[in-house]
Design a binder for this molecule. Structure first.
Ligand SMILES: [Zn+2]
Length: 172
């Protein structure tokens, strides 16, 4: 990490029930940005990134983790939430379940990927989550007063999803 990146302040922003945790260097790759949606009953973190690792030991907490897709920059803070249930689309689940599954999502097979594999461990803190749960298009997570709807948007990866936040009517 160069000095210019290191000196960038960590910024947070609140948008209704959604708190945005920007990564260093304005969240540019490999940093990424993360979101926490706080409802009346529970909170959900979306895409634990390196920006959360940079906040250690003051990283924000949440009850559950959702992943938009299975790429290293969106999983890099996953180890901070190893005791929380996590969910991803069925077609990207293999990337969380095992390192081989993540390599498969990149279309990498055979030898010659040692440097990337090393970076997955040393830079992106990769830890498999065999217990990841799967969601499908249209699934809804109700947090109490706000819900999150899963919208399957394949392309970037086969299981890539967007999340639609719906605050209760009259709120925000
Ligand atoms: Zn990606």
């Amino acid at each position: 990490m160069n000095a210019a990146v290191k000196d960038t302040p960590l910024v947070e922003r609140q948008l209704g029930p959604i708190e945005i945790f920007y990564g260093l260097d304005h969240g540019k790759y490999p940093q990424g940005n993360s979101f926490i949606v706080r409802g009346e009953q529970r909170s959900i973190l979306i895409d634990p990134s390196l920006g959360l690792v940079a906040r250690k030991p003051h990283q924000p907490m949440a009850d559950t983790v959702l992943y938009s897709h299975s790429h290293e920059d969106h999983l890099a803070g996953a180890h901070l939430y190893a005791d929380k249930p996590c969910h991803i689309h069925r077609q990207d689940a293999s990337g969380l379940q095992s390192l081989a599954g993540l390599l498969d999502i990149f279309g990498l097979s055979g030898d010659g990927h040692e440097a990337f594999i090393e970076s997955l461990h040393s830079k992106y803190h990769y830890q498999p989550r065999a217990d990841v749960q799967c969601f499908e298009n249209g699934d809804i997570f109700d947090l109490g007063g706000v819900s999150i709807e899963v919208i399957h948007t394949p392309g970037h990866t086969a299981g890539h999803c967007c999340f639609l936040f719906r605050p209760r009517r009259g709120q925000y």
